[in-house]
Design a protein around this ligand. Sequence first.
Ligand code: HEM
Length: 515
Amino acid sequence: MVVLMKLITKTLCLLHPFSFKYFLLVAIFLILIYKWSFTSTPNSSPPSPRKLPVIGNLHQLGLYPHRSLRALAQRHGSLMMLHFGSMPVLVVSSAEAASEVMKTHDITFSDRPKITFFKKLLYDFKDVASAPYGEYWRQVKSICVLHLLSSKKVRSFRAVREEEAKSMINNIMKQSKSTTSSVFNLSDIFLTVTNDVICRITVGTKYNDGREDRKMFKGLSVEFAEIMSHINIGDYVPWLSWFSRLNGLDAKQDDLAKRYDDFLETAVQEHMDGDHVKNEDEKDLVDVLLSLQKANVLAIPIDLVCIKAITLDVFTAGTDTISTALEWTMSELLRHPRVMKKLQNEVRGIVGNKTDLTEDDLVGMHYLKAVIKETLRLHPPLPLLLPRMSSQDVKISGYDIKANTQVIVNAWQIGRDPKSYNNPEEYEPERFLSNDIDYKGTDYELIPFGAGRRGCPGIQFAAAVKEIVLASLVHKFDWALPGGARGEDLDMTESPGGTVHKKYPLKVVAIPYSC
Ligand code: HEM
């Protein structure tokens, strides 16, 4: 600013009297903007870092917003008010503050922001995750919970999970015995197995059967998470919305929405054309949605767009998150051979001489569950959860929060809070053997799935997939890094994006284990 003022003064000396007046006005205008943007917020609002004119604090998000927001919260506190353009954004960075937002004032913070990405990709907010809080959301969420994600339903998909885990193991075994180099891209394997399970329960087929028109499907959920991480500047500074046309983001979003829609349209049409009568257990999500539509029993009738939106939600919310969680878990196990050994002993001890592991074996695997929890604590796949929106004015910890404030909860930072955990940066699954902290949304120091009304309905389903896949891998193989690299040298750099993956795919050597 000082440099700018000097430049203006120098220029003024060389100017005609008319231009001089003009420049004087510009200088006063700039000073006013400067003062306005750097004045401290009123006492009743949470502390705010300084912001820039027009863009507010957007420039402070950086490549890894969860890390940048932690750095800011360390200076300004666990309730902090930022501005994305003209939009006030409350950033929540402690378990206590998260409990106030997602428990005490849950209803007030149960809305979602109406961002362009959701509008374009999620059928104008017709899915569960982006639907505004209200009757429509209640209806579609309960359809999802009752017909796909209830305990009974999750148990009923057991055969699908066991078959897909077994098929994954057989493929690795075959390849590891047939070639001299048995280096596997586990990141890709995790995406395939998760995709296959999710596809089977939602559309009844794997989309991995070699058919040319289906090949494109596997990468869509990753592309979805990648594009979601880009900010449409017009959402926060409406007069700059042309910028997303200029930088190609608009076109990318339209293109992905079209490809997803083509895929979903075909999948739903194939269900409508099919003449095979299925019994209740054979029905996939699309079958259920079509029968609900036909029976006309819902308070708000659902149409084809709704059916596609709900199905899309399950693909995008389930696939990339589960495969990312698996990727981080195996990476941490490779970095910590002591933990890997202890887990293998537990799994191999319980499975005994049986050839195949089943879900019955998982019940007693307490260390496996602790390993999964510890990984979700350090690497929540959605470190900032999904954004919320306040629907009315409210007081939080003595601060006034206005209606239409966007809310970001930094679950990544909350999981690393030294007030909640000893040695929070260390990978120590044992910590969860000696306490009852769980990620189901009641313990606010561990909220990788969010909490409250808008919390994730897929927790049980995700746990079931992760447990069978991990247990099967450590049961059947010993694992090492290629070229004899040591575990501690494994690159753990994160990829930028909505779902935070490893930046580099996890490549490993599989050594078949025989007991
Ligand atoms: C490791 C796996 C998963 C993680 C880490 C995860 C995480 C999350 C998070 C953080 C939210 C937002 C919660 C909030 O606002 O408080 C969410 C919402 C949601 N998740 Fe998950 N999720 C996972 C798996 C799944 C699966 C497998 C499904 C479905 C099959 C699913 C379906 C949904 C849906 C529909 C919502 C929107 C809920 C709403 O807005 O009411 N998720 N998830």
